[in-house]
Design a protein around this ligand. Structure first.
Ligand code: C2O
Ligand code: CU
Length: 479
């Protein structure tokens, strides 16, 4: 039941898909782009507008996209933990937009959700966002207006909130993983409202990029220690990255530090919207090469990028403690009191092969119809006059038991709060990692817990953006 255009394409497959285009090496691929403005005081200007970018390299056709400040991904915004981030957003798109600050625990009015926290920023308009950033870590930003179209067209960027004291690594590197559905001319296929995609795994593309370019090789120096921040900004693709020949430690999920651990089978699972920070020790010999593989769809496993060791060892990398000793300081998230929690149930239903679909699939509704439900309700884009799914008593711990009765994976995301995953499939977990988005596999369940300390109406939705657009979205109220 996979989309006909679904086959994965890393660089090699993309080459085939584009008729053997020669892809020029991109030495600047992993170099940091100039920031939109300098970090301290952190006032940034973001301009959302149509642009043309060399996704396929300088030898390929340029791709028409929508971008922040003309580049894919948008500029990296940096702010120190506790500081106020100020961003003036100018909308030069042909339609309204907003910017949502994914994972930030910020005041409701700054959350960037149209009709819920603000009026959409009209074409030609501007909006000033300003909020303190309480948590250090890897976050990102994207529109929350027609997200399945605007994000697919390229609108997203990374927000790094810096720890007061950076961990001891040689390099801090960010990989923005994205997935595009391109035609033979290197242009986006405009079937954003495909009901096939919506009712299945979402819009899976045929071209994977890292930092807005077809990845070829990632150079490492023998002996160096890298903090690798992975950010999945794809509409729908789930990545399962395996770093051959390496054993990276996970040190944070969704910006939130965790007790460092080695993921099972050295496979790093990353659903849409999710981030993982790794400590990657380059311990192999000079000149060695290793593949980074995405085998989320095992029958379509492909190489994402090659780790290529240089001949020159990194300086000063002698006696260092193991990667498990690289710990980030905790963020000030209140611990849940699960013994006295108020419980809520959230049932995910719908989609193909999920025991019935919403009637909207058949009807002549405007925009996309309803395919998915949360507790039997389908909300689509127009959320005004929304009724919250839950009202959570402020200051209390709440547990939401999520039951996925569908045949599909869903990365469930909450705005306004980070939560701990406390149980899966009825079994309590010993690791209770903090995150803002969690993948619920088909026909599985999970329980999440958090202290509802941030008042307002907040979104809860699937981050497969085609699922969100066709009903898997609601609000919850903290009052
Ligand atoms: Cu990253 Cu409501 O989204
Ligand atoms: Cu979903």
């Amino acid at each position: 039941m996979r989309h006909p255009e679904e086959p994965n394409a890393g660089r090699r497959r993309a080459l085939k898909a584009f008729g053997g285009l020669a892809v020029a090496p991109l030495p600047a691929l992993f170099a940091a782009r100039a920031p939109a403005q300098s970090a301290t005081g952190a006032t940034y200007a973001l301009r959302a507008a149509p642009a043309t970018v060399p996704l396929l390299g300088n030898a390929g056709p340029a791709t028409a996209v929508w971008a922040y400040n003309g580049g894919i991904p948008g500029p990296v915004l940096r702010v120190r933990q506790g500081d106020t981030l100020r961003v003036r957003v100018a909308n030069d798109l042909p339609e309204a937009t907003t910017v949502h600050w994914h994972g930030l625990r910020l005041p409701n009015a700054m959350d960037g959700v149209p009709m819920v926290t603000q009026d959409p920023i009209a074409a030609g308009g501007t909006f000033d966002y300003a909020f303190a950033c309480p948590d250090a870590g890897t976050f990102w930003y994207h529109p929350h207006q027609r997200s399945h179209v605007q994000v697919a067209l390229g609108l997203s960027g990374v927000l790094l909130v810096e720890e007061p004291q950076a961990p001891d690594v040689d390099r801090d590197v960010t990989w923005v993983l994205d997935d595009w559905r391109l035609n033979r001319d290197g242009q986006l296929v405009a079937d954003f409202d495909s009901m096939f995609d919506a009712a299945h795994a979402g819009r899976i593309g045929n071209t994977v990029t890292i930092n807005g370019a077809l990845p070829d090789r990632f150079d490492v120096a023998p002996g160096e220690r890298i903090r690798l921040r992975l950010v999945n900004v794809a509409n729908a693709r789930i990545f399962a990255l395996r770093f051959e020949g390496h054993a990276p430690y996970v040190i944070a999920h969704d910006g939130m530090p965790c007790e460092p651990y080695l993921p099972r089978q050295a496979r790093v699972l990353l659903g849409p919207g999710m981030r993982v920070d790794l400590v990657l020790d380059a311990k192999a010999a000079p000149g060695a090469t290793f593949r980074v593989i995405d085998d989320f769809f095992p029958s379509d496993a492909y190489e994402v990028v090659t780790l290529a060791y240089g001949t020159q060892a990194a300086a000063g990398t002698g006696a260092r403690p193991g990667g498990e000793r690289v710990k980030l300081p905790p963020n000030p998230v209140p611990p849940p009191d699960t013994d006295r929690a108020i419980r809520h149930a959230l049932t995910l239903a719908g989609g193909m092969m999920g025991g019935g679909m919403g009637g909207g699939m058949m009807g002549g509704m405007s925009g996309m119809g309803a395919v998915w439900t949360l507790n039997g309700r389908s909300a689509t884009e127009a959320m005004s006059g929304h009724d919250p799914l839950f009202t959570l008593e402020r200051g209390r711990t709440h547990v939401i038991a999520i039951d996925n009765r569908t045949a599909w994976w869903h990365p469930i995301h909450l705005h306004g709060h980070s939560f701990r995953i406390v149980a899966r499939n009825g079994r309590m977990l010993t690791r209770r990692d903090l995150c803002d988005t969690t993948l619920i596999p088909p026909r599985e369940s999970a329980e999440i817990a958090f202290v509802a300390d941030n008042p307002g109406d907040w979104m809860i939705h699937c981050h497969v953006l085609e699922h969100q657009a066709t009903g898997m979205m609601a609000t919850y109220r903290v009052a």
